[in-house]
Unconditional design. Structure first.
Length: 207
């Protein structure tokens, strides 16, 4: 991928990437639609469809699938632009193209001047993997917090109140305070909290 763009490519393809199916729109140099269609949002589906198109400019918005999709398309030989979604919305709304499909809008904006779309450069694979670890840890901590709040709330209708403690000590300090009739429902949750926190049998700590 590059930020040095030729003036007007022979063809520009806008692709609106969804989780299962991706819509695409192909424009010629004059901005006339050559083809519209859909392709499965998988590496195999993208390779099969876009290897059949001669080298051209391809525009997509940054999103869940844009990292692998942009790399695959660039490896095929296309000039790939990963657009800032906020910038696309701002421009598209200002020129009142709300009646057009997202794929066509992306193609038309990319054909006019890609720099207007504030192209995004994806992180490298190693940096993305490191970021995934951070996000996984954040999700685990958030899940633990949700489970702890659920357990604390569940005992109150029974007139019970659990001892105050930090999240790391919750699975050790609260079991004896849970009403007997609630133990079948709540003890499995406490076991999950213990595992998420990290104990001798539950893996490393997550704080």
């Amino acid at each position: 991928m590059t930020n040095s763009f030729p003036e007007t490519p022979a063809m520009t393809v806008g692709i609106d990437v969804s989780d299962r199916l991706t819509s695409f729109c192909v424009l010629d140099r004059e901005g006339e639609i050559l083809e519209e269609g859909r392709v499965r949002t998988t590496p195999e589906g993208f390779a099969r469809r876009f290897e059949a198109i001669e080298s051209c400019r391809v525009v997509m918005e940054v999103g869940t699938h844009s990292r692998w999709a942009s790399k695959l398309l660039a490896d095929i030989g296309h000039e790939v632009i990963v657009a800032n979604p906020w910038k696309v919305r701002l421009i598209a709304n200002s020129i009142k193209k709300t009646d057009r499909s997202d794929a066509e809008t992306l193609a038309r904006l990319g054909r006019i001047d890609p720099k207007l779309l504030s192209p995004v450069i994806h992180r490298g694979a190693a940096a993305q993997a490191d970021l995934a670890i951070v996000h996984a840890r954040e999700s685990l901590i958030a899940s633990r917090r949700l489970l702890i709040n659920h357990v604390r709330g569940a005992v109150k209708p029974f007139g019970a109140r659990l001892p105050s403690c930090d999240a790391d000590a919750f699975h050790r300090k609260v079991p004896d305070s849970i009403p007997p009739e609630l133990r079948p429902a709540l003890e499995p949750l406490i076991a999950v909290i213990a595992q998420a926190t990290g104990n001798p049998r539950g893996g490393p700590a997550n704080r």
